[in-house]
Design a protein around this ligand. Structure first.
Ligand code: ATP
Ligand code: MG
Length: 425
């Protein structure tokens, strides 16, 4: 026998026992977003490499070292999407969804980054992303935060906090950049190698370091918030005032810079302490420059993305995952004729009782074997069709989960009545 082929490191199967959790999360989000007027968009998983290097930024973790990039058979450089924003903006420009109009969009799907796999960090992971186009003001920034706050509430998540910051305008950021570079140069000996490299190319990214030896240095760095122009400062104040009006607690974290280059003005993260180092479950902000950067006419944009694996881990941690719905009925039959009659009856039941969860025994087996499968299926009842039932045009309903409950012999109409009541209960 040849060796078993294994999955790729950091890429996981979602097994039947956990797929209901994924479905629950997706359904909850879908309903919530629909309620706020958002529509789903589906983009390809593969895009031209240039899309990401141009949008995310050449000097970011993602583009420098995390992308799955390959040449296709035509010699074009393609990349498995590491995030959804760039593709969504590309799709919106290409399909005329941006110019002269507002859009509220969302998507869900796998993203790919070649990172070191660990708890909450995978090479294929899943994001639910939201992007809005054509809305310049703090109103939409706050809508995004309020919407996520409501989602946590609906999911029953408690241990999450909102951190916000403003990255200001491009010109404010350029002025701040000089100040930051000179601060870091004064402390050159504390910088790690990566930070030293970033000093010339992308010094703001140093604030996002995960190196504990640099934590204090970053903590004491000059703050961009002291260098905002009046308009950006006003935008940021309105965001805070609205959050307060809504009773949404937040902390201003002047070192929140986000891992991608395209943000401006509002940025935010939802963070939990319950998941260890990988505590950011949702991150986003305003990225007004990106549309133009990708070849569209200058426009406004804001959005966020949540990591589904981290959200599900948190739901599990806090004991908030729903139970999988059990089947109502497992149909057991004996003999060829009864098997056929059972099949016909179960299709009749499915037609008359929407929402009924019924499993037919397939693959034969004696009474004991079939009842064992019925029990394992977690069904509430076994529905038994044997020779007696066949001749009397009836069926036996055997409760499987109630101690002492009696088996009933019912004709088909009685059965349907009974199941109707059961389904309504
Ligand atoms: P981090 O700082 O944790 O690396 P990031 O800034 O790279 O995160 P984003 O690009 O903003 O993350 O992605 C949004 C969200 O997607 C993150 O907040 C996180 O929940 C999730 N996420 C990002 N990378 C991964 C990954 N490799 N595995 C699982 N989830 C991830
Ligand atoms: Mg990252």
């Amino acid at each position: 026998m040849s060796n078993k082929i294994q999955s790729i490191r950091g890429m996981h199967d979602v097994l039947p026992e956990s797929s209901p959790h994924w479905q629950y999360l997706e359904a909850t989000v879908n309903k919530l977003l629909t309620g706020y007027g958002y529509s789903e968009i589906r983009m390809p998983v593969v895009e031209k490499t240039e899309l990401f290097s141009r949008s995310i930024g050449e000097v970011t973790d993602i583009v420098e070292k995390e992308m799955y990039t390959f040449e296709d058979r035509n010699g074009d450089s393609l990349t498995l999407r590491p995030e959804g924003t760039a593709g969504c903006v590309r799709a919106a420009i290409e399909n005329g969804l941006i110019h002269n109009q507002q859009q509220r969009l969302w998507y869900v799907g796998p993203m790919f980054r070649h990172e070191r796999p660990q708890k909450g960090r995978y090479r294929q992971f899943h994001q639910i992303g939201v992007e809005t186009f054509g809305i310049p003001g703090p109103d939409i920034d706050v809508e995004l935060m309020a919407m996520t706050a409501r989602l946590w509430d609906q999911l029953g998540l408690k241990d999450v906090r909102l951190e916000i910051n403003s990255l200001g305008s491009l010109s404010a950021r350029q002025a701040y950049r000089e100040i930051l570079v000179s601060y870091f140069k004064d402390n050159f000996d504390v910088l790690d190698e990566e930070a030293r490299n970033r000093l010339e190319t992308n010094p703001l990214r140093i604030l996002d370091t995960k190196n504990p030896n640099m934590a204090e240095l970053v903590q004491n760095a000059p703050s961009l918030l002291d260098h905002l122009d009046a308009e950006c400062a006003q935008h940021f104040e309105t965001v805070q005032a609205r959050l307060e009006a809504l009773g949404i607690a937040y902390v201003v974290n002047p070192r929140l810079v986000r891992g991608l280059d395209y943000y401006s003005r509002s940025v935010f993260e939802w963070i939990t302490e319950s998941l260890g180092a990988q505590g950011t479950i949702c991150a986003g902000g305003r990225y007004d420059g990106l549309i133009e950067q990708l070849g569209g006419r200058a426009g406004h944009a804001a959005g966020f993305a949540m990591g589904m694996e981290r959200l599900l881990a948190l739901l599990e941690e806090e004991g908030n995952l729903p139970e999988q719905p059990r089947p109502h009925i497992y149909m057991v039959t004996f003999g060829d004729e009864a098997e056929q009659a059972g099949l016909v009856l179960s299709e009749k039941l499915r037609s008359q009782l929407p929402g009924l969860r019924l499993i037919n025994n397939c693959g034969g087996g004696g009474f004991k074997a079939q009842m064992k499968r019925a029990d394992k299926s977690q069904a509430d009842f076994a529905l038994i069709m044997g020779e007696d039932e066949l001749t009397s045009q009836s069926v036996s309903l055997k409760p499987l989960r109630e101690a002492g409950a009696e088996q009933l012999r019912l004709n088909h109409d009685e059965l349907i009545e009974r199941l109707k009541q059961q389904l309504q209960a």
